[in-house]
Design a protein around this ligand. Structure first.
Ligand SMILES: *[C@@H]1O[C@H](CO)[C@@H](O)[C@H](O)[C@H]1NC(C)=O
Ligand SMILES: *[C@@H]1O[C@H](CO)[C@@H](O)[C@H](O)[C@H]1NC(C)=O
Length: 575
């Protein structure tokens, strides 16, 4: 087991009140060197466009971190700091070769704290994800070569062997499997025969093998037999009334279509997925009776016949329970196929909404409802979906985005790590907005289970688990006049009016729990969401004078440049 000590002592070393530097801001951690002397923690905030690092090295000399184009020093964006005899120092630099990197003209890193305790120097700093400066590195959702070096003294000079490089995907971090136990469940299909079609969705509804007592799933890995055809996989848990197993094409009207609470997801290009260290998905014990549905999307462009496959997911579990149970909360527009809610044809940008008012939780939960700590999410629509956004509102005002995807692609459904932990407080509202295009459709699109029907959901992955598993809404269609139900497909004004009516009439909110208790409130309202923020370069003034620490957090920038957003989302989508 690798030692967590340096990073733990780093945690303890943070002074009370240095709010920026805690695990909820920097949930990720890696040692950059083989001897566990150089520890990097980080986290990011896509809404603010910032990334925060804490570099902790067992030295009382200078410490440096760099972003390198090729693993070497030349061309790297470097930050160096330390606590010396005459105070603290911290500078943004760039390497022109294997020589002392000159200080950048523009200082684009903000120092949050710099400490030296027990022979260990810890430097916490923040920067824009997007670079401000030609001398700075542009951080994308791809593996990045990080370089580090440190000295034995505060004189910044040649580091000799005290240097190294490690490649990490900072914005799409997947921990390496170094600590894996040997216990796992394989949730796979078994040599199924695929039809000779371009697109095929296979569904297997099953129970997980019985485990004695409660365990925690902490890592989900893809197990892929044929990389050329397996496109994406989703594992859903089923509601109580699904009690039969089967193995056949999805979305044929089977009862298992009702299993749509996402537990795990994998999409082409993704690796393993890991739950934060203090949480796990409970399995076994009392929950042995749950059924699950594994959905595999096969993509067979040449419609080759005779293909078989045995792919699926591997769920690593442990009997050493973690501090919290993790769970999934389904939010958005309630999935109710009998609801008379239709999206007209020929709409270029039709918006639908679902709202979750968490103050309703107390009607079903015994005892106080905890703050929910959100660590990841998955946005979900079907084939007409183009954008999905989930906003968090407190006291009627939007305080954050839980997530957004301005280039939604049904074929790339992945659980997205938030980069920081977002807190949902009791009483907060969550609004999910979906944008559809039905320009190529002739009839209306209804809300339903088939991929040609629509959904508008955000699955929120959080801890500690509560019993409530869905919190969603639908417009009270009784308020729609019969002549305003589904506009003529060519009349854009009527389409816009219909869309606006569905948004402004009262929303019927429904929450339900694992035991299928539910509670209804007919008075939901959909609040307006802010424009989607985009990553913009944020120039910050850094005071590098000794003992004069600049520690304000850069202000939130809501600058909107649509092109920037698209580029950001393309990076994420390209991961
Ligand atoms: C690094 O320093 C910390 C704090 O003094 C100490 O707990 C840890 O054991 C050291 N790590 C190594 C590998 O020497
Ligand atoms: C899988 O199924 C195919 C055709 O159904 C069969 O030819 C093949 O032997 C099977 N493979 C295994 C490993 O069972």
């Amino acid at each position: 087991m690798r030692s967590l000590l340096p990073c733990l002592s780093l945690l303890l070393a943070w002074p009370a009140g240095a709010g920026a530097a805690d695990d909820s801001v920097m949930p990720f951690m890696e040692y950059l060197d083989p001897d566990s002397l150089v520890c990097l923690k980080w986290g990011f905030n896509i809404v603010q466009g910032t990334i925060t690092f804490a570099l902790s090295v067992n030295t009382t000399g200078w410490v440096g971190l760099g972003f390198s184009p090729n693993g070497g020093m030349q061309g790297s964006d470097i930050v160096i700091g330390g606590v010396g005899p005459s105070g603290r120092y911290f500078t943004d630099r760039h390497a022109t070769g294997n020589v002392l990197p000159p200080v950048d003209k523009e200082q684009n890193y903000t120092l949050l704290s710099l400490t030296e305790t027990d022979g260990q120097t810890t430097m916490t700093f923040q920067r824009s994800i997007q670079s401000c400066d030609d001398d700075d590195f542009h951080i994308t959702a791809r593996p990045i070569k990080l370089i580090y070096a440190y000295g034995e003294t505060d004189e910044i000079s040649y580091h000799a062997a005290r240097r190294g490089t490690k490649e990490i995907n900072l914005l799409n971090y997947m921990p390496r499997a170094t600590l894996l136990g040997t216990n796992y469940l394989n949730v796979t299909v078994d040599n199924i025969s695929l039809p000779p079609t371009h697109t095929y969705y296979h569904c297997k509804v099953m129970k997980l093998p019985k485990l004695n007592g409660k365990h925690h799933i902490y890592r989900i890995e893809p197990v892929i037999e044929h990389h050329d055809i397996v496109h994406h996989m989703l594992l859903y848990s089923c509601p109580f009334f699904v009690t039969e197993t089967y193995n056949r094409p999805c979305y044929m009207g089977d009862i298992g279509d009702y299993c749509f609470r996402v537990v795990a997801a994998w999409g082409v290009g993704a690796g393993a997925y890991e739950i934060p260290e203090n949480a796990g998905i409970p399995v076994g014990g009392e929950i042995n009776d749950t059924y699950y549905r594994l959905e595999i999307h096969y993509n067979n462009p040449t419609s080759e016949a005779g293909r078989t496959d045995s792919s699926g997911l591997r769920l690593y579990y442990t009997a050493q329970l973690r501090q919290h149970d993790a769970s999934t909360l389904t939010t958005g527009l309630m999935v109710n196929p009998s609801l008379d809610y239709n999206i007209p044809a020929n709409a270029t940008q039709f918006h639908t909404y679902g709202v979750c008012n968490t103050s309703l939780f107390s009607t079903l939960e015994d005892g106080p409802v905890p703050d929910l700590q959100l660590f990841a999410l998955l946005l979900h629509t079907h084939l007409a979906g183009r954008k999905v956004r989930a906003g968090l509102f407190r006291d009627g005002k939007q305080v954050d985005f839980l997530g957004f995807d301005e280039n939604y692609n049904f074929d790339i459904q992945q659980i997205t790590s938030l980069g920081n932990i977002k807190t949902i407080k009791p009483g907060d509202d969550i609004v999910v907005e979906c944008t559809y295009s039905t320009v190529n459709r002739t009839g209306v699109t209804k809300m339903g289970l088939a991929t040609t029907d629509e959904m508008c959901l955000a699955f929120l992955f959080y801890y500690p688990a509560i019993n409530i598993d869905s919190c969603w809404s639908h417009p009270n269609v009784a308020y729609l006049r019969s002549d305003n139900q589904v506009p003529e497909e060519t009349d854009q004004d009527a389409i816009t009016n219909h869309e606006s009516l569905l948004k402004t009439i009262p929303q019927i909110q429904v929450i339900s729990d694992l035991y299928s208790n539910f509670s209804v409130n007919p008075e939901g309202t959909v609040r307006d969401m802010m424009k989607t923020p985009s990553l913009s370069c944020q120039k910050t003034t850094v005071t590098s004078a000794p003992n004069n620490l600049a520690s304000p957090r850069p202000g939130t920038s809501w600058l909107v440049t649509p092109a920037g957003t698209i580029i950001l989302l393309l990076w994420i989508a390209a991961m």
